[in-house]
Design a protein around this ligand. Structure first.
Ligand SMILES: NC(=O)c1ccc[n+]([C@@H]2O[C@H](COP(=O)([O-])OP(=O)(O)OC[C@H]3O[C@@H](n4cnc5c(N)ncnc54)[C@H](OP(=O)(O)O)[C@@H]3O)[C@@H](O)[C@H]2O)c1
Length: 172
């Protein structure tokens, strides 16, 4: 499985869940977060400021690609996502942080017989199953900072600067 934007709150959870389920996890992040994403459970982490992650992944998987790609980065990673997915693989989209418009080369879709799907939230049963893993200590919520609600502006600025690792919590 490949998880892009791995320093993100959702992506960090996804890395841990994928690892828990026994997947070999490939992840993409920025230089300062490479080591932290490894700690979350990624087997291979690409520094997006240094390498073309899709090219590296293609080589690292023996020109096979990954069975599942989980992406919320959107426009900036879309071309790489389609290169990284294996024949008969799945691309799961849950966000569009860098923009909602993406070009699709239909040849990649049919030659590789790829399925593209969107996802949002979960069922109550899925939520409870994951929370069981959190309360059991198997998954660690990744919290970047906890700020008072009055500092919501600073929290947004931190997000906009891409300086966070995981979620920012606002407390009353
Ligand atoms: N479908 C749903 O139910 C659902 C639920 C929650 C959130 N979302 C959506 O999912 C997305 C992520 O949410 P989040 O709360 O996890 O956000 P987040 O913590 O802000 O994570 C976004 C990550 O995207 C990566 N990124 C940002 N700009 C990039 C660029 N130019 N190129 C490559 N990577 C870039 C960064 O990761 P790196 O620094 O590691 O590369 C960043 O940490 C958002 O678009 C949000 O709206 C959807």
């Amino acid at each position: 499985m490949l998880v892009t934007g791995a320093a993100g709150g959702v992506a960090g959870a996804a890395v841990q869940i994928a690892r828990h389920l026994g997947a070999r996890v490939y992840a993409v992040t920025t230089t300062e977060n490479v080591a932290r994403v490894r700690v979350l459970g990624a087997d291979v982490v690409y520094d997006r400021s240094q390498v073309d992650f899709a090219q590296e992944l293609w080589r690292d998987t023996g020109k096979r690609g990954v069975d599942v790609v989980l992406d919320s980065v959107g426009s900036a990673t879309w071309a790489g996502v389609l290169r990284a997915v294996a024949r008969l693989g799945r691309v799961v989209v849950y966000g569009a942080t860098t923009g909602p418009q993406a070009q699709l080369d239909l040849r990649a879709l049919f030659w590789k017989q790829v399925a593209i799907m969107g996802t949002t939230m979960a069922t109550q049963a899925e939520f409870e199953a994951v929370m069981g893993l959190v309360f059991g200590g198997e998954l660690q919520p990744v919290v970047d900072t906890v700020l008072p609600l009055a500092e919501a502006r600073a929290a947004h600025e931190r997000l906009e600067a891409g300086a966070q690792f995981g979620k920012i919590v606002l407390r009353p």
